[in-house]
Ligand binder design. Sequence first.
Ligand code: SF4
Length: 378
Amino acid sequence: MRSLRATATLAHAMKYLDEYRDQRIARNLAAEIAQLVTRPWVLMEICGGQTHTIMRYGIDEMLPAGLELVHGPGCPVCVTPLETIDKAINLASRTEVILVSYGDMLRVPGSHSDLMRAKANGADVRIAYSPIEAVKIARSNPDRKIVFLAIGFETTAPANAMAAWQARREGLTNFSMLASHVLVPPAIRALLVSETNRVQAFIAPGHVCTVMGCGEYEALVRDFHVPIVVGGFEPIDLLEAILMLVKQLEGGESRLENQYARSVSYQGNLPAQQIMQEVFEVADQKWRGIGVIPQSGLRLRQEYAAFDASRVFDLEELVVDEPAECISAQVLQGLKKPTDCPMFGMGCTPENPMGAPMVSSEGACAAYYRYRPRALAG
Ligand code: SF4
């Protein structure tokens, strides 16, 4: 495991899910953090799932004044570019196309509509729980063209790659994917080189590292002298990750540590990485609201061009702007909180979202709306 220290002694001692939600352990960890903190620090959890745990269990409110948690760009729905949604709506409106998508994507606003409205207007939009369902739909509808809206981080990329691989193996000629895949380490790098960056330490996303391993985060620690702890998704996981980061910050250290050692290894899931590499290649990628981040996405390789909806269909290259009122770009970079947005809970609600972070089950705005009703009252 080279230089990586797996320090999750408390997590290692626990076996059952409820132990990771134990209030007494949580209070003890919060007290230990409070004892250590001597000055203000800004920590970022990357993943939207971690944000929801923090809001749901009030972890941010257990921390001492000055220790601030900001929320990162790790919600796949939130960072899918407007242009991708517009292209999906364009494809769905064609009579020969069945557009297959995860349910979360249906209500994400494009520049003028969303897939739910397209479906209500007669488009054949179907919800799938895995990409292989889209392959099955292609198999049983040989006279239609099936397009799978393939979004997500490194966690969903192997299954999407497997769907393209399977379709190619079967010789399906009516299956393609509109891919918008993003990668975590280049996004952290982009945050760290930004002149506006406030973040001093990161909780890396445990599920992404389950696939990719922790090793690729070492370059960030080395290049920016920034502490990174791979964290899990339960309240105790996150408090422990915060404690590990605070120990490093207060000690003037920067290391990569693995709190989520029960799931994450240094190398990750090698077969999953292999299928990703066979089907996808790294490319520049636009992130919604943030812009293009170099080498931060995945696109289908030339060998899979016949399964790339962007190449199969005559899709116009679009450039569209976010609604000016939506500050999601600043929320996703940890510069603002959802409650700083003048539209929060007013013009923008889960029923009538203006931006993706209010729609997605991992979106920061949805987390504040759901778990901080008093922020709405204020
Ligand atoms: S509350 Fe709505 S408008 Fe404001 S940043 Fe969040 S998604 Fe955008």
